[in-house]
Design a protein around this ligand. Structure first.
Ligand SMILES: Cc1cc2nc3c(=O)[nH]c(=O)nc-3n(C[C@H](O)[C@H](O)[C@H](O)COP(=O)(O)OP(=O)(O)OC[C@H]3O[C@@H](n4cnc5c(N)ncnc54)[C@H](O)[C@@H]3O)c2cc1C
Length: 391
């Protein structure tokens, strides 16, 4: 077992860091927390595309670089460390592209993968519905065959970025009479199709990042069905592994962590440096220990993928641990910062560039999105421990 990165990987990490530091110097972005989900900048995505950093691990024949999942992890880790605005292409790169590679037709691969890697199209994910979140297989959005098309009617909810993305990876019901896991199919949806309405949902931070999306008689050509009709459920499961195990589950608010350590180094309270306060030191050291443990879990999943082995309970375990770490980080930060930490970013008194309050308000979502902690613990109990499924 070797925990070191090889020279090529170290060189690549440095190349990414140099690029991001240069971009910050040029003013192309300001580091932000949750930049992979809230930081939409097609322009920044195009800069990454020019470097070949979208679809890094995809086959070269589809415009990728044929690099390993570990290389992709190094890249995403640095994007998050620097708080880069990578939301526009994140879902396409993380899960939609790999799904099209695995299940799409050759025509779909040629049409979409080359556009994703050039940051010409951006995908969101339309899975959840008002009555189907954790129990996703209960979804009711219908797709009915009609000549060369499917006609789609129904509603999605919590669709991140649907007001910005050009396309949606949509999960629908195609056979209402089959057992619920066996009547599901997936489609590529152009968001400009007639009959699609996107309504904003304002989140706790006051930002618009997710939406309700309504489908009213939307006609989708049959060639945009992904994979096999009615086998969609079995295609979603591996996609969720990609969605759950990325390092964004650990590092969404990493810029807050770095700013907090810096704050403690620079700040005195009652005449004494905070960095000498034993309680604060222990809290920060505890976070560091948890961070390193989470990082190893994420790297383990990337290693499994790079060996072409499918992760099983490991992704559920990783997402649970890492997303709960992120919540502990925010709460620890606010405990250390005191009441000033709750000021909004535009206050002149706010510490750590106002990152703490935004992260606090966003943090309940960490343990809901991509599978709640309760659902993921059930998966670990069943697949990791061999316990029977709960009722
Ligand atoms: C920030 C954010 C971004 C999101 N982006 C997207 C997106 O882009 N696309 C998309 O499709 N969806 C998105 N979602 C939705 C997300 O996938 C759902 O919120 C999630 O699957 C949970 O579903 P739900 O909200 O309906 O909660 P529910 O499933 O109703 O769960 C409510 C509570 O009940 C618990 N619970 C439910 N079933 C069980 C059980 N069997 N055992 C124990 N406890 C249970 C849950 O753990 C939870 O605490 C996003 C969510 C968030 C927070």
């Amino acid at each position: 077992m070797d925990f070191r990165f090889n020279e090529e990987q170290e060189r690549f990490r440095k190349e990414v860091r140099d690029f991001l530091e240069e971009e910050i110097k040029k003013g192309s972005f300001k580091p932000q927390c949750d930049g992979w989900i809230e930081g939409h900048s097609p322009e920044f995505s195009r800069k990454l595309a020019q470097k070949g950093w979208i679809g890094l691990a995809w086959p070269k024949e589809y415009g990728g670089q044929g690099r390993s999942y570990l290389d992709r992890l190094i890249l995403t880790e640095e994007l998050l460390r620097y708080g880069a605005p990578a939301a526009s292409h994140w879902f396409s790169d993380r899960q939609v592209g790999p799904s099209i590679i695995a299940y799409g037709t050759e025509e779909q691969r040629k049409e979409f993968l080359s556009k994703i890697v050039k940051a010409e199209v951006f995908f969101g994910v339309g899975m959840s519905e008002p009555g189907a979140g954790s129990d996703l297989a209960s979804l009711t959005t219908r797709a009915v065959e009609d000549g060369d098309n499917y006609i789609i009617d129904g509603q999605k909810i919590w669709s991140s970025g649907a007001h910005i993305f050009t396309h949606l990876y949509l999960v629908t019901r195609t056979d209402p009479d089959a057992p619920k896991h066996r009547g599901i199919s997936e489609f590529i949806i152009d968001m400009n199709l007639p009959g699609i309405t996107v309504n904003p949902i304002i989140d706790l931070t006051g930002a618009r990042h997710f939406n309700e999306v309504f489908f009213d008689g939307v006609r989708v050509p049959k060639r945009y069905l992904i994979g096999e009709k009615n086998r969609g459920w079995y295609q979603i499961t591996p996609q969720l592994d990609y969605e759950r195990s990325g390092i964004e589950r650990l590092m969404s608010n990493y810029p807050l962590f770095e700013a907090l350590v810096q704050y403690v180094k620079e700040t005195k309270r009652n005449g004494k440096p905070l960095s000498e306060d034993p309680i604060i030191r222990h809290k920060l050291a505890g976070l560091r220990v948890e961070f390193e443990a989470g990082r190893l879990m994420v790297y383990r999943v990337a290693w499994l993928l790079s060996q072409e082995r499918l992760p099983n309970y490991e992704t559920a375990m990783t997402k649970t641990y890492c997303s709960e770490f992120q919540q502990r980080l925010v709460h620890t930060a606010l405990g250390i910062l005191g009441l000033h930490g709750q000021l909004m970013p535009d206050s002149k008194w706010v510490p750590v560039s106002g990152r703490a309050m935004g992260s606090l308000l966003f943090s309940p979502g960490y343990t809901l999105q991509a599978g709640t902690s309760e659902i993921l613990r059930n998966i670990v109990a069943m697949r990791g421990l061999g316990l029977p499924s709960g009722r």
